[in-house]
Design a protein around this ligand. Structure first.
Ligand code: CTP
Length: 440
């Protein structure tokens, strides 16, 4: 079937950084007599006239994928081969391009990862999650002037037009229950609704306990995507609310819900994730996201949820402790007088808790947090611990003096090294006279 879309339009929709590599892959495919397709999400997004996020390519026949990737990739790129899945990923700086051989798959057990073997283009499309993703556009061989050939064995294009998210067979969610989480992300993102049979297949899978078979790690990876979708300008709270309405959350862990109080903070977090100035700060979007989500729930439930999503170690403890930490910090921040006092409160907290705190605070506190993050936190006091030791301070007094000098500096009470030194000399003198008195 003709897609109605020409090669030039497809190439211009791809991320510009990927174009050179896509051209080399086309040439390699041509040289080895293979067909090359753009497949899944990017085809869906081109037909919807939306920006493409990832470039997913499919090669038929699906053998020798990693060799082809290595031939096409420049020397600076890294090619990672996933033998078990017949796929390869080319990493070039920020750019990641996924290359797969056409394959078919068999699920040995529901919820487990499938066994894959080489297959035809149609078999490859038929094993996918939704009809709107079971689409392929042939980009090599292609006559540049004519519209590209669209392979659409499941009526994906019609579903795109009708706004229906539809699975390809009734056991799809049983075999791979993570597709339920994907549906909750895709439906609000694309403004689509679940078809009636898809909704009832979901209910059946949940009733049959299909979620129980999915490992915590896989669930967490899906959860991570809910929050990283905010980079596309999407509100993560919509997907979570959807999961709550579909009774998926309680199937993941009894008692788990999407609390109303979390909606505004999570929406605000989503906006912040998309802002370039916060994005450059290194934090994992899902950690503040889960912190905000779980904070209104009871402690025992919180702990079970964290375990269910295989969140461990220091990250788990931070998520679990966030509600109490937030309460403490908000009370103190509201009372803090001066920039030094704000710095003393915020200086030690992890970036992931800081953004969660920001997202759930009132405007006044948000202004304080932003001013501290943008202006004060990077300021360095004009005196070091070594300087203080030279002036006669020792032990814990050095740390205390440094903290007081920093606060005085941020408050504007001292402006430079001389004034900081004068203050430190005065403390050292008082300290010496106190200890002399004590000895008498
Ligand atoms: N897929 C699937 N079942 C899953 C995960 C993925 O069938 N549990 C298929 C879908 O057809 C999807 C393709 O694998 O189109 C690639 O997956 P991914 O890159 O995660 O999805 P995209 O649809 O490309 O989503 P995005 O636009 O968010 O990258």
């Amino acid at each position: 079937m003709s897609s109605g879309v020409g090669l030039a339009a497809v190439l211009s929709a791809l991320p510009p950084a990927s174009l050179g590599l896509v051209e080399r892959l086309r040439a390699e495919a041509r040289a080895s007599g293979k067909a090359l397709y753009l497949v899944g999400g990017p085809v869906r997004d081109i037909l919807l006239d939306r920006p493409i996020r990832d470039v997913d390519l499919l090669i038929v026949p699906g053998i020798g994928i990693a060799d082809l990737a290595r031939k096409a990739a420049p020397a600076s790129a890294r090619v990672v081969e996933y033998r078990r899945f017949g796929t390869a990923r080319i990493e070039m700086g920020e750019l990641e391009l996924d290359l797969a051989g056409a394959r078919k798959e068999v699920y040995s057990a529901p919820g487990a990862l499938p066994e894959v073997s080489p297959g035809s283009l149609e078999e490859d499309l038929m094993r996918r999650d939704f009809s709107i993703n079971a689409l392929a556009l042939e980009i090599e061989p292609a006559e540049s002037a004519s519209p590209l050939e669209l392979t659409d064995p499941c009526g994906g294009r019609a579903d795109l037009e009708a706004g229906h998210l539809r699975i390809l067979h009734p056991r799809s969610f049983h075999e791979d229950p993570t597709r339920i989480l994907r549906a909750a992300r895709l439906a609000p993102r694309l403004g689509m609704k679940l078809g009636r049979s898809t909704r009832s297949a979901m209910r059946d899978a949940l009733r049959d306990g299909a979620m129980g078979a999915v490992s915590g790690e896989r669930l967490r990876r899906e959860l991570e995507k809910v929050f990283s979708d905010a980079l596309l300008g999407l509100d993560p709270s919509l997907a979570l609310r959807q999961l709550g309405n579909w009774h998926v959350l309680s199937a993941l862990e009894p008692g788990l819900e999407w609390p109303k109080e979390a909606a505004t903070p999570v929406r605000r977090l989503g906006k912040l994730i998309a802002e370039p100035e916060w994005r450059s700060n290194r934090f994992r979007p899902w950690v503040p996201g889960v912190s905000l989500w779980l904070a209104p729930l009871g402690p025992a439930l919180r702990r079970r949820v964290v375990q269910r999503f295989a969140i461990r170690g220091e990250t788990a403890e931070r998520i679990l402790g966030f509600g109490a930490e937030r309460q403490r910090l908000q009370a103190r921040l509201a009372k803090a007088r001066g920039r030094g006092a704000v710095d003393a409160l915020l200086g030690g907290i992890h970036e992931e808790s800081l953004v969660a705190l920001f997202a759930s605070s009132e405007p006044l506190l948000r202004r304080r947090i932003v001013r501290w993050a943008a202006e004060d936190r990077a300021r360095r006091v004009p005196l070091s611990g070594d300087d203080l030791v030279e002036l006669g301070l020792e032990g814990p007094a050095v740390g205390r003096a440094l903290a007081r000098i920093r606060a005085a500096y941020l408050d504007g009470a001292i402006a430079n090294r001389e004034e900081a030194t004068a203050l430190a000399v005065e403390w050292a003198r008082r300290r010496a006279s106190r200890s002399a008195k004590a000895k008498r």
